[in-house]
Design a protein around this ligand. Structure first.
Ligand code: FUB
Length: 305
């Protein structure tokens, strides 16, 4: 041992180990976390990779995980299916969902088939959710400027009560929601991001838009593409324009990257998906969580998984 230690091999090997390897919180394949605290419990709504073909993101259900402490997670199952929306094809793809709580009710925003976003409502966070309006909330075929792929919805309810819905691939979209949370209250607009580094053409908007607010500043995070980094930009107004700031999470060995940021009990958390479960891959993703911290000037420190 003394000789081995002297050679420095053990020290070098230990130094190469991560202090804490990422572990999945989802015991089944799941992706695209939408993380919330409702009534003192943590909820993660997710794309249900456990029921897809394994070769594409073709699941038609969404999955839910619940925790009291962010450590032990209960699989609450495939709690919602595209068939809850009568206007949807029963085989339509169920992708990255979002949930929100307001007016004593829970709202579930569901990208369906890659071209529509539905909204469902429930009296409890785990559902049952029912279609709130009997038609898509956003529809590529109906709505001007919905973009090529209205997917990945995410909602911020601002301090003044105004709610914003962001969504979309390649061009980020933003629209005000009505106070009822189930109607659009203005035109769908392109969200502008300025200041991408000129020396990195890969730094551009891809998908997974996420809007949060901290100390009066609006943070817009997103994936840069396929594969993508999670990066962010900031603005003084929710509608932007947003100024590029930096990387939150570097490329992972996976074709998609998708994050959610949650503030809870004075701490911030980054939820994202990776290939952590045995048999994992591009279409068999699993969700994990890491602490997210800020520099004194409000910049987000890069998360090292
Ligand atoms: O889960 C299907 C798609 O993969 C999501 O809509 C994207 O954000 C990417 O994670």
């Amino acid at each position: 041992w003394r000789n081995i230690l002297r050679s420095g091999l053990v020290v070098a090997a230990l130094a190469a180990l991560p202090a804490h390897a990422a572990e999945p919180i989802s015991p089944r394949f799941s992706a695209d976390p939408s993380a919330h605290v409702f009534d003192g419990r943590y909820y993660v709504y997710a794309t249900d990779d456990a029921s897809n073909s394994g070769t594409y993101w073709d699941s038609t259900t969404w999955r839910l995980y619940v925790s009291k402490d962010l450590k032990a997670w209960k699989d609450a199952g495939a709690f919602m299916a595209v068939t809850a929306f009568k206007w949807a094809r029963p085989d339509a793809k169920a992708w990255a969902p979002e949930a929100a709580h307001r007016n004593g009710r829970y709202y579930f925003y569901a990208p369906v088939g890659g071209d529509k976003i539905g909204v469902a409502v429930a009296s409890r966070p785990e559902g049952p959710f029912v279609d709130a309006i009997g038609a898509p909330l956003v529809d590529k075929a109906r709505d001007a400027n919905a973009g090529a792929e209205p997917i990945d919805p995410q909602v911020l309810v601002d301090d003044d009560g105004q709610a914003y819905l962001v969504f979309g691939t390649r061009v980020p979209k933003i629209v005000k929601l009505g106070a009822d949370m189930i109607s659009l209250a203005g035109p769908i607009q392109d969200l502008t991001i300025t200041g991408f580094p000129a020396d990195d053409p890969k730094k551009k908007y891809g998908e997974a838009p996420f809007l949060h607010k901290r100390n009066g500043l609006y943070y817009f995070s997103f994936s840069t593409g396929w594969p993508g980094q999670i990066v962010y930009a900031v603005a003084k107004s929710p509608m932007g324009p947003y100024a590029y700031k930096g990387v939150i999470l570097d490329y992972l060995k996976i074709s998609t990257n998708h994050q959610a940021i949650l503030e809870a009990e004075g701490r911030s958390w980054l939820f994202y998906h990776d290939t952590l479960l045995p048999g994992g891959g591009d279409h068999r993703r699993s969700i994990t969580v890491a602490p997210l911290t800020y520099a004194p000037d409000g910049a987000i420190n890069e998360v090292k998984p």
